[in-house]
Design a protein around this ligand. Structure first.
Ligand code: 6PG
Length: 252
């Protein structure tokens, strides 16, 4: 069972600053130990401030950017220049502003017409970078960043979708009927192998689902975020006060 660490911050800015400090520390440790830092970025809007901070101030000069292997944990069915692209958000906020090795920026091709093949190709790319067997157990990411939706989804594991129950593949194309689309997404087998998983959650709108996820009964199909329990890793929940406002334990 993973250890779970819950931290509550006064503001989204304080949360982003703490996440940037953790990101930098984990990167330095991984690069010192193994010569590289393998990270899967989150999409959506919450991580944007973190990404902007990493490209600025004390972090940009103290992170060994060329030794990073950068992946995404999911992508929408849009091209990389689309306003809704998770790749575009991270590229604009961070990757275009720091000296990453572009050959080590592994964009998830959400726009691919054959989504199943694109998911398999992405898994193949992960296996190649980590030097592991494509059909073996998932590799261990040093860090996976995640957000949650108000419906309890994380990555593109939306409630009652098939990808939640995937037990072998590391990356799949997931039909998301709620959005009348499909998404490429990492699955629980690879998310739950990570050394460090950090959920970044802000805003009053997420308070209700946060309390259900963290304090309610287990129901992974309805609340896929609950199923992220890295077996040998550290699970961090970074919440601002608004997102944490319905937690009973906090208000005890
Ligand atoms: C996506 C993300 C998704 C996101 C949540 C939260 O592609 O949308 O991967 O899982 O993290 O929807 O999004 P916000 O940060 O915008 O609230």
């Amino acid at each position: 069972m993973s250890e779970r660490q819950l931290r509550i911050f006064d503001s989204p800015e304080d949360l982003a600053r703490a996440a940037a400090g953790l990101f930098a520390a984990l990167a330095a440790d991984a690069i010192a130990r193994r010569g590289r830092f393998a990270v899967a970025l989150a999409g959506g809007s919450t991580p944007k401030r973190l990404y902007e901070m990493l490209a600025d101030g004390p972090y940009v000069a103290n992170i060994d950017w060329p030794h990073m292997e950068i992946f995404w944990n999911d992508e929408r069915a849009v091209p990389p220049d689309h306003p809704e692209s998770n790749y575009k958000m991270a590229w604009d906020a961070l990757l275009s502003r720091v000296p990453v090795d572009r050959a080590r920026v592994h964009r998830m091709p959400g726009e691919a017409t054959d989504a199943d093949q694109a998911a398999l190709d992405y898994q193949r790319r992960i296996a190649r970078v980590f030097g592991v067997d494509l059909d073996g157990p998932p590799p261990i990411f040093d860090l996976i960043l995640l957000g949650i939706g108000e419906d309890g989804h994380t990555a593109s594991l939306f409630p009652y979708t098939a990808a939640i129950e995937e037990t072998c593949r590391w990356v799949v194309a997931n039909r998301v009927a709620q959005k009348n689309t499909h998404r490429l997404t990492m699955t629980l087998p690879i998310l739950n192998r990570a050394a460090q998983v950090v959920f970044l959650v802000t805003g009053e709108g997420k308070a209700s689902v946060v309390s259900e996820i963290l304090e309610g009964p287990p129901d992974a199909l309805r609340l896929p975020s609950q199923a992220v329990q890295p077996g040998n890793g550290q699970l961090h929940w970074f919440l601002d006060r608004s997102a944490a406002s319905r937690l009973q334990a906090r208000n005890a």
